[in-house]
Design a protein around this ligand. Structure first.
Ligand code: PGA
Ligand code: ZN
Length: 425
């Protein structure tokens, strides 16, 4: 018996203290819970997170949405096999077939489909990553971590324009070693930040350091110096999440240099960060142009043999958007965020397609995340290659690192020493 016998939904809090939805799915006597994450720099093509907009939590509550969904949709989900991710997706989309799930939002479906996967794993008496490996038809591997060191943008009160400056322990031979290298880089970054007169005990939404530096380049130089001081130059590299949709006013990009506002067109904006990749050990750039800035994305097609050109808001974990990016040859990798896709099945379909087309895949948490660790199993089971869950600080981040350390300890899968990234070094 693998059929869903009961689903409960209630309101919970995410790591920013914002209401979100929790789902508990029961398969006979086996039950599991999953809580939906949510972004701050959300893209316009991703599945929506619909909030009630009434007096409760200043409009942010989700209890009305839960009540409506429980009445209208849940009865149709009872009886579906917990291992039939496709049927669950098909049934959910029969109630709301819009790409952004504009009727009920994607937050409830994503929580339910993740909880179903976890309940099924319990029922089958296997680890969650093993169920994912079966669905994706992949060889499991522990992902290369891409870890936030310094935050700006929507995650740190716009201290700098860039959203994330991250480090990747590219030459680490085990997951543990990689995580320790990252810890060293963060500690050295902290010391440099203190020397500059900033308070390094404050952490941003994803656990990264932050401070109102003179601009983006000073922050990149800081992380680059920390890598050198940690004796990791050539062994660890920098990734940027520019989150360019946040800086685009529809025509121009608005950035800051030494406190002065600078407006750049698409070509000028890409040229600005392109210079950084020649001066600093940067091997991955995420959302280097705004989600619908065709010219900015076309400009990046020239860089696909030099760096990991990574799309987040641009593809929003949607398979049709990924296909269009592949046809245009504008990038070579995609961020996979289950809640952008709205269901687990849709997220896995996008991930599978990307891998089949030779693109790199980076499984990612959200800036508003939860204490759950299933994302680590998703990245491992799917053999995604890379994972991005924020910094080494804050429990909603360490939940994922600690699960990966557990999987590593029990030799669940080999560490992916990322051939796909090594070609950019
Ligand atoms: P978000 O940020 O969760 O706030 O969207 C994460 C990212 O942009 O990768
Ligand atoms: Zn991003």
């Amino acid at each position: 018996m693998t059929e869903i016998t009961r689903i409960d939904l209630w309101q919970a809090l995410d790591s920013r203290g914002t209401p979100t939805v929790a789902a508990r799915v029961q398969i006979g006597s086996h039950a599991a819970t999953a809580i939906a994450p949510s972004g701050a720099s959300t893209g316009k093509h991703e599945a929506l997170f619909l909030r009630d907009g009434n007096a409760s939590f200043d409009g942010l509550s989700v209890t009305d949405a839960i009540a409506i969904f429980s009445k209208e949709v849940i009865p149709a989900l009872i009886g579906i096999s917990g291992n039939d991710f496709f049927e669950l997706d098909r049934t959910l989309r029969s109630f709301d077939s819009t790409p952004t799930q504009s009727r009920y939002g994607g937050h409830i479906p994503v929580a339910i489909t993740i909880a179903t996967w976890l309940a099924y794993a319990k029922r089958a008496n296997v680890s969650p990553y093993e169920v994912i490996a079966q669905h994706v038809g992949a060889k499991s591997s522990l992902p290369m971590p891409m870890v936030n060191i310094f935050s700006g943008g929507a995650h740190a009160g716009r201290a700098i324009d860039l959203q994330d400056i991250l480090a990747i322990p590219t030459m680490a031979s085990t997951f543990q070693e990689g995580l320790e290298w990252i810890w060293r880089i963060r500690e050295h970054s902290k010391k440099i930040l203190v020397k500059k007169g900033f308070d390094a005990s404050l952490v941003a939404d994803e656990g990264g350091l932050t401070g109102k530096l003179s601009g983006d380049e000073e922050a990149i130089a800081l992380v680059s110096e920390a890598i050198d001081e940690a004796n990791l130059s050539g062994k660890a590299h920098i990734a940027l999440d520019i989150a360019a949709s946040q800086l685009f006013d529809g025509k121009n990009y608005v950035v800051h240099e030494s406190g002065e506002e600078v407006r750049l067109d698409s070509i000028g904006f890409v040229a600005r960060w392109r210079r950084w990749i020649t001066e600093y050990p940067i091997i991955s750039v995420e959302d280097g142009a705004a989600e619908d800035d065709e010219e900015g994305w076309q400009e990046q097609s020239q860089l696909t043999s030099q760096i990991q050109v990574l799309g987040d808001d641009r593809y929003a974990t949607q398979r049709n958007r990924l296909r269009s990016g592949i046809t245009k040859g504008e990038a070579n990798s995609i961020l996979i965020k289950p809640n952008q896709a709205g269901t687990l099945f849709a997220a896995l379909s996008t991930l599978k397609e990307a891998k089949a087309q030779g693109w790199n895949t980076v499984v990612s948490a959200r800036s508003g995340d939860t204490e759950e660790s299933w994302l680590a199993d998703l990245a491992t089971g799917s053999g995604a290659g890379q994972i991005k869950v924020g910094s080494t600080h804050r429990s909603e981040r360490t939940a994922k690192w600690n699960r990966l350390l557990e999987l590593s300890h029990f030799r669940a899968a080999p560490f992916n020493s990322e051939q796909a990234l090594n070609k950019f070094i």
